[in-house]
Design a protein around this ligand. Sequence first.
Ligand code: PRX
Length: 582
Amino acid sequence: MDYDPIKKGKIDEMPVQPNLLDYERAKEEFRWEDVKKELDWFDGGKINIAYQVLDRHIKTPLRDKIALYWESKDGESEKYSFLDLSKLSNRFANALRKLGVRKGDRVFTYMDRTPEQYISLLGGLKVGGVIGPLFSAFGPDAVKDRLADCEARVLITTPKLVNAIHEVLEELPALDTIIIVNRSKTPYDLEDKKVSYEGLMDEASDEFDIEKTDKEDYAIIHYTSGTTGKPKGVIHAHEAIMGHYATARYVLDLHPEDIYWCTADPGWVTGTSYGIFGPWSNGISQVIYGGGFGAGAWYRVIAKYKVTVWYTAPTAIRMLMKAGDSVANNHDLTSLRYTCSVGEPLNPEAVLWGKDVIGLPFHDNWWQTETGCIQIANYPIQDIRPGSMGKPFMAVTAAILDDNCEKEVPPGQEGHLALKAGWPSMFRTYWNKKELYESRFKGEWYITGDRATMDEEGYFWFVGRADDVINTGGHLVGPFEVESALIEHPAVAEAGVIGIPDPLVMEVIKAFVSLKDGHEPSDELMRDIKRFARKKLLAAACPRQIEFVSGLPVTKSGKIMRRLLKARELGLPEGDTSTLEE
Ligand code: PRX
């Protein structure tokens, strides 16, 4: 069904003049060289993200501006100026340096969204470390896989979480320091590799000689899922800050007086690119809410802090819709002036619900962990076509390519979404997986793995993934990861995993499982398999449904035909089954 465009009024009648006034002209004139001039480089073309985000502001009137308004899930609140964060991250960087952390060492956080996480990540960057934030919801194996893959040296966590992963710590020989942040003052033993965050911070100076990293030095590692293998570490370099800075300015339209809230956790790239780097490199005050989703709680955050710009995700918007308009109507949301969404297809109904109930349509935008920053977006000055991801960012050339990823297809025709390679925040590699990295490029194109169309006016429309990767509530889940976890269960012989449509989180995970001899399907066994998976995977990646089957459709070369499982599940045509092993 077609929806009428949401028309934008005249620019000079808008209450706030957008940073981007003329898309077509900006597309012609945009140069990364100009963005470069707005940042503060060290001699010899060196740059450190943490310097752009904090330290450069303390030489300006921004020094005493509040950078972080923190609200915990229990209603505690704290605030930190740019100067506070600069000094605290200096302290932490001094502590890391004293512990022997050197440029290039991998420094991970595994904790809730408390101020210490942000201070640790920025301190990690200041010492030249490669920072890797992890979701606190990860189970022991998920943490182990990531730390082991890139041989992390330092983990910053809490007493509760370190206990939860105790069993895997011995399998991480490269991990030599575990820094314990203890807000709750929980008693714990300072044994083995553990040191106290509070103790380190007390002793450290708040002056620090920041590591003058090269623009190509690695800065961040985020793990993401693919069709095969375990999650892979996407690497971004310090130069990426140019992309975070420019897109936060022109897509999120951040202005000096804004109070901005990005709901994402730093475990997901949105929570670093736009929950740390984008807003703070622009000197913007932001709110960080430590709690999880709750319609009332979220609206209270907006009302309490008078949030003006809000960046969230489709599943959350659909959950707000489900909670009912009256919940929204009971809160004062009039401070909001601009709302954006990312991570999954944003259905037109959600765009329109925003307009009707919140008073503002959600502006969808598209990007990936690999791209590091927003690539396709709806802008404040352009009409919104509900359901469309919008148009390429000024510096980006996006196209729809044919099946061989060689030629562009005409408008309206579906194909592979590709981007012309080469922007500052583009990933530099997958950690230790150079071939896989190279396989993502064809000629001058980076192949995104998504399928899409482009209309006559240059708006892009998402169609689906080109591979078997499942998007559940914004989390990318590789079926192979889930299958690998399931077959470790003693009763499971084989597992095939697909995503099936869900109105709220887009897709939920369904597993088809065949059992080893001597095991019979039962509800108890199903529950046991689900519990087992929960220990190994993020909750969102655990199968919601398990169906016991006597065998799985596999190709003659032994690969599970997930496409066929899906077609059969959804009653769709089975397509070409010539490679099916009978
Ligand atoms: O499939 C696309 C979907 O999410 C993928 C990227 O996931 P991830 O690397 O976890 O995201 C990082 C930051 C967004 C894409 O390949 N995706 C992302 N945004 C959209 C989307 N699908 C449809 N519409 C979007 N706006």
